[in-house]
Design a protein around this ligand. Structure first.
Ligand code: AMP
Length: 106
């Protein structure tokens, strides 16, 4: 079975544009961005949605907010999780999409 693409990124086996890293999470640019800023916040251990714990989910959410703040988009951003192929999920390793950077409209 092919190894998970995000595990390869985390191990440094694939190139990426890393924007954040701590002991438990990494964030890097989405290869096919859907917004001016589009990064993925990913736990370093390979877990899938049905394996999430409250502790990991809580840190993952808070870390996603820190990443948005570090990227200067904390005034307006989206956090998205695709669950299931029918919802567009391509990669099983859990990942939070952080999208933002649109022109201010108000
Ligand atoms: P999802 O549809 O929620 O599973 O999202 C998977 C995301 O991973 C998509 O937005 C892809 O563009 C992105 N992606 C796939 N391979 C890579 C890669 N090597 N580097 C960065 N992003 C990737």
């Amino acid at each position: 079975m092919d190894e998970c693409v995000f595990c390869k990124i985390i191990k440094g086996e694939l190139p990426t544009s890393k924007v954040y890293e701590d002991d438990e999470f990494v964030a890097f640019g989405d290869i096919n961005p859907k917004a001016p800023v589009h990064v993925l916040v990913v736990p370093k251990i390979h877990i899938e949605v049905n394996q999430l714990t409250e502790a990991v989910a809580g840190k993952w959410l808070m870390t996603s907010g820190v990443v948005a703040k570090n990227l200067g988009i904390s005034q307006a951003y989206q956090l998205k999780i695709h669950v299931g192929k029918g919802a567009g999920q391509e990669v099983d390793h859990v990942h939070m999409h952080v999208l933002g950077g649109w022109r201010e409209e108000v």
